[in-house]
Design a protein around this ligand. Structure first.
Ligand SMILES: [Zn+2]
Length: 341
């Protein structure tokens, strides 16, 4: 089949929804909107693979693309999983059903669709998408790092336009990089703890979980009588912090300042480690008001210590189209697997 005719499909498998897209060989997305269907991951792997196959058929129908034109499929899911798409044997938040532990998700989808499937975790997929939006045809000549703040802290490292996966598929686990805490924590503020077992890593501060477990309990004590003290649970209160931050609430802004400082320190490590051309920031914070997200990005930048030579070339930007970034990055990953350098 001539190159102009073939396409790749990107599928982003989330806790509740699948999202899909189609990309042609000239790197043009055939869809400019979100197409979501239920992911049914809670019902176990067999049902979920079927739901993905339906999402695949659905996306071809919406775009009017014949199945014969599909050369490869990109699959993105939350981690932890191996570089080849085998879900961690310990399971995870998204894959709680007993059938998921050690399940070869990529292989099962490839068998079902009878097509090659390329796997990336959703953080890496979003990082690849951000990289391509920023650098376009020049993507292969640049490197970047993306930090995506959600329930945890995900993201990815892109080197010469490609995802750095690592030996076990665990490269780019930015959330569990240790960062210095002096000057970040306020007086008497306890050392933050992460679900992974580490103290004082980036996710222990820069994540929704970090707000709930570490930051909010401390800051509520400093702001006696704050409205969030009346929330039914610390989890509910943590989810309200972003909205309050947008309105300029002082407690919320203190929390976001600490998160920005943690992200800046993480980016400083990246600057000295791989010296990327661009630093991308994504997650819930991107979906806030322009004033708030620009304030946050500026704070992150302020706390990223670059050398003068790096300052001249480094770009800082928000991850665009976050809700489509996983599917689009998955498609880019599949397209890259077909191109050799
Ligand atoms: Zn951690």
């Amino acid at each position: 089949m001539p190159r102009e005719e073939w396409v790749v499909v990107g599928l982003d498998n989330g806790g509740n929804k699948n999202n899909g897209t189609v990309l042609d060989a000239s790197r043009r997305f055939l869809l400019d909107r979100l197409v979501e269907t239920p992911s049914r991951v809670k019902e176990g792997p067999e049902v979920a693979v079927g739901a993905l196959a339906e999402a695949f058929d659905g996306i071809l129908k919406v775009t009017g693309v014949a199945r014969e034109r599909v050369r490869s499929v990109g699959l993105a899911t939350p981690g932890p999983a191996s570089a080849d798409g085998v879900i961690s044997s310990r399971g995870s938040t998204n894959f709680a059903h007993a059938g998921w532990g050690g399940f070869d998700f990529r292989g099962a989808l490839a068998d079902r669709l009878r097509l090659p499937v390329v796997y990336n975790n959703d953080g890496n997929a979003a990082a690849l998408y951000a990289h391509h939006v920023c650098f376009g045809a020049d993507a292969a000549r640049h490197s970047s790092i993306s930090a995506i703040v959600g329930t945890g802290l995900g993201g990815g490292v892109i080197e010469s336009g490609r995802i750095v996966k690592g030996a076990a598929g665990m490269a780019g686990e930015l959330g569990h990089v240790h960062i210095p805490m002096d000057g970040l924590l306020a007086e008497g503020q306890p050392t933050p703890h992460c679900n992974c077992g580490f103290d004082a890593d980036a996710e222990s501060v820069a994540s929704l979980t970090g707000i709930e477990k570490n930051l909010l309990p401390y800051w509520l004590k400093q702001f006696a009588g704050h409205e969030l003290a009346k929330a039914p649970s610390m989890a509910k209160a943590a989810m309200a912090v972003r909205g309050l931050g947008e309105k300029g609430d002082p407690l919320a802004r203190r929390i976001f300042e600490q998160q920005a400082m943690a992200l800046g320190r993480l980016f400083t490590i990246a600057a000295n480690f791989t010296d990327p051309s661009a630093y991308f920031l994504g997650g819930g914070v991107v979906e806030t008001s322009p004033e708030f997200r620009e304030w946050f990005l500026a704070k992150v930048r302020e706390n990223t210590f670059l050398r003068e030579e790096q300052e001249r070339v480094a770009r800082f930007a928000l991850v665009p189209d976050l809700d489509m970034a996983g599917a689009r990055g998955a498609a880019l990953g599949a397209l890259e697997s077909l191109t050799t350098r």
